[in-house]
Design a protein around this ligand. Structure first.
Ligand code: CDP
Ligand code: CDP
Length: 224
């Protein structure tokens, strides 16, 4: 029995799950795992080495051999800082394609579980509650309308000084939603044991507070 508490926040692209997960982890003093970053890192490495998005075997090898370090707020691939580099839509799209291969997902399982350390872990992705941490103390499915998600992503990219086109982002988000939900392994879906958090009209602070409230409820239930 693993006693290290885990909060999983799964949901579609640009819903705000990463932002909320990160803030909740800070508030609780817990570790944080951005599982999407792992898929984006495999994507970046594959793009750099010319591995095709259709080559499951080579992509799985890239995942197995991934030399990555998460330190403070930065992400390093082969000792080079790539924190921003993995955030492009190109990496996101490639990540979503290679994430549909069972061999790639399999290769990343133990890496993800290794983040479960005291005093606890908050993690976000697509299958954190369903596959990676099925015994999580609190599971959340965080979402928002596709329009609001496209606007959030647009604002985020513009603020970083990156190029963005709202119509293209909307199209990307729709394609990625469809691909992530329809794949055979670990599809994006709200499982029965996850609580739904629709943030379409919630601020970041409101969403964060809702998660913390739920977490306290779960802790109280555990100690009875
Ligand atoms: O930030 P955004 O929600 O757009 O994407 P992300 O969380 O960084 O993940 C990038 C891609 O990796 C997603 O489109 C998923 O296909 C894939 N992914 C996954 O399959 N399973 C996870 N636990 C996390 C990400
Ligand atoms: O991780 P995911 O792709 O789900 O989304 P994110 O990168 O955490 O959030 C996308 C953007 O939405 C960020 O710039 C957040 O600040 C913003 N956001 C928001 O405006 N309102 C919320 N309730 C949540 C996030």
């Amino acid at each position: 029995l693993n006693r290290v508490p885990v909060i999983t926040i799964d949901g579609p692209s640009a819903s705000g799950k990463g932002t909320v997960a990160h803030l909740v982890a800070k508030e609780l003093g817990f570790h944080y795992l951005d599982s999407g970053a792992l898929y984006r890192l495999v994507a970046l490495k594959a793009l750099q080495s010319g591995v095709m998005s259709t080559d499951e075997k080579k992509l799985a090898l890239v995942a197995i051999n991934l030399d990555v370090v998460f330190r403070d707020e930065e992400i390093y691939l082969e000792k080079k800082q790539v924190t921003e580099k993995i955030r492009t839509e190109e990496c996101g799209n490639m990540a979503s394609q290679l994430a549909s291969y069972p061999a790639v997902r399999e290769a990343l399982i133990s890496r993800q579980r290794a983040f479960r350390k005291l005093p606890g872990l908050v993690t976000d992705g697509r299958d954190m509650g369903s596959v990676i941490f099925p015994d999580a103390l609190l599971k959340i499915f965080l979402t928002a309308s596709p329009e609001v998600r496209a606007q959030r992503r647009y604002k985020q990219l513009i603020e970083k000084g990156l190029n963005a086109n709202i119509a293209e982002l909307q199209k990307d988000i729709q394609e990625r939603d469809a691909r992530d939900s329809k794949r055979g392994v670990a599809p994006l879906q709200k499982n029965a044991d996850a609580r739904l958090l629709d943030t379409t009209s919630l601020s970041i602070l409101q969403a964060q507070n809702r998660v913390l409230e739920w977490f306290r409820e779960c802790c109280a239930d555990e100690s009875v």
